[in-house]
Design a protein around this ligand. Sequence first.
Ligand SMILES: [Zn+2]
Length: 233
Amino acid sequence: MKLNNQELYDFFVEKQILALYHANTVGTSITYLQNEGLLSRGAVEDKGLFQTPQSSDDKDKEVNVWHDVFLDTSDLHTYFDRENHYGPILFEFDLELVKDENFEIWITKDNPIRWDKDTPYTERYFQNIEELRKLWDTIKRERKMITIRNNSSPILFNYARRAIVDDPRLLVTYSGEQVHLFNTAKSKIIENLPDNHILKGKFIPRTDCSKRCYCRQNYKDDYSPQKLKRFFL
Ligand SMILES: [Zn+2]
């Protein structure tokens, strides 16, 4: 159910949530940069643009979230001390975005991956701010996903504060050539950022990993060279 923008903004301020986050791969992020904002997966497909395939794509279509943009209420990398499963680039948006009446904002009660096509909408989404307030502390943070429904045009980067880029500190060999993942990803981003872009100079390496963060270890041990390529190159 669509939530009232101003009421939602006030609720987030009360919960001290002052930024929203969107993680993605380098490839999909470059599509966003070239098109001046975040787009739903459906909108990227409709426009014939590039995006990194995701295992949830078929499910997203089946449960009718294919044209929605997803945002989190926290930086899940620092929250869980591990890499974000959707990709190494994290866009940080100012909460002001929520006030924009052009955005139809619904919040999930669970990750749509656990829905099926018959899951009733009352089980999928918070119905109003009262219900959100009542149930907020009973549902895990990562399951409450902010969705901007029926998105067809870019969610402008004028709400973006910065983008944080993971550095796995890894060299990977592709076709006999050694590639430094972070440096290569960074140059690809810079090449695709026009001089006057609002995010120019705002792609920063992640430096706030805690001592117990598993991101580098996971990138090294759990990601195949193909998966690293899909995420970083
Ligand atoms: Zn980390």
